[in-house]
Design a protein around this ligand. Structure first.
Ligand SMILES: [Zn+2]
Length: 311
């Protein structure tokens, strides 16, 4: 079945279940200390939060932007999360190279003191190590990984730690390299503990293949905010033409499950219901269907090159 058939037929007709919370699983927050790229300088959420609310996103996973020193970066993010407890879910972040030998106490502090619920690592600063995976397993938290063009290393992580959920950012390639995304889809087929987020993925065929071969339970909607507009990224999910039930899994249900927040689904749904009504009492569509006219266009435009490689 070709994606165009699905998307043209269903756009504007179906949406996320109105009262299912939508969770953005990939967003950066706070100050960076590197000043070499927007990604290690500043991730200001003020505009993001306004845009996310308008896009119908109810909760957002946030983690420090790239830093050379993560103890203070996590403390800064903890303050941001504290200021928006109903909007944000904090994740830790460490460098498996420069934080080697102290990762466990850093994560314990993040989980127990700040209430964070996962950890992000960026391959630019070191891939997941045994030290990181041991701590994540013992703390019961998922590991979000930007594999930085080395997706095959996730094979070893997934095999050694079958009881840790690994979420691969950008389906394995921020550059949208189909070969690297293919490696991650193959890993998802073989390892039930490998997940992927949709942030920044423009090659919809890769997302469709993951859904076809793996099913809807291991893809998580993510925006890569605040640099990517959280109002744009949901359109990709809509174009996949999922059933409302499967779309709800990708947009929030899977995240609740691996964050061990299913117990909170009821209260989040109540909040979502409240959010879905404007002051005038009119229903606010929690997904961008109102503004997307049916079109013969089958894929979002791709813009090769020109983007920072480091995100
Ligand atoms: Zn990112």
């Amino acid at each position: 079945m070709h994606s165009s058939d699905v998307s043209v037929r269903k756009i504007g007709e179906r949406g996320v279940k109105p009262h299912m919370p939508v969770i953005d699983f990939h967003c950066h927050a706070g100050l960076g200390d590197g000043l070499t790229d927007p990604a290690d300088t500043r991730a200001d959420l003020s505009t993001y939060l306004r845009r996310a609310t308008a896009a119908g996103i109810h909760r957002t996973v946030v983690f420090p932007t790239l830093n050379n020193e993560y103890a203070s970066a996590m403390a800064r993010v903890a303050k941001i999360v504290e200021a928006h407890p109903k909007k944000l879910i904090g994740f830790a972040m460490v460098s498996t190279k420069s934080d080697k030998g102290r990762i466990r106490p850093m994560l314990e502090r993040a989980i127990n003191k700040y209430g964070f619920r996962g950890v992000k690592v960026h391959g630019h600063q070191g891939m997941p190590t045994r030290e990181l995976c041991d701590a994540a397993r013992d703390l019961g938290i998922p590991v979000l990984v930007d594999v930085f063009d080395r997706p095959w290393q996730m094979e070893l992580c997934a095999r050694e730690y079958p009881d840790v959920h690994f979420v691969v950012a950008h389906l394995g390639s921020f550059k949208d390299d189909w070969r690297l995304q293919q490696v991650i889809v193959d890993l998802m087929v073989r390892y039930p503990n490998v997940y992927a987020d949709t942030s920044g993925v423009r090659r919809l065929e890769s997302l469709e293949q993951a859904l076809r071969r793996v099913g809807p339970r291991r893809l998580l909607f993510g925006s890569d905010g605040p640099w990517f507009h959280p109002g744009l990224e949901p359109y990709k999910i809509r174009l996949l033409g999922l059933s409302p039930k499967d779309e709800a899994l990708v947009c929030g249900g899977n995240a609740l499950r691996i964050l061990r927040m299913e117990h909170a689904a009821g209260s989040l749904q109540v909040a979502a219901r409240k959010d879905s009504r404007s002051r005038s009492g009119q229903e606010v569509v929690p997904w961008p269907r109102r503004h997307l006219a049916p079109s013969r266009e089958t894929h979002l435009p791709t813009t090769p090159g020109g983007r920072s490689r480091i995100f």
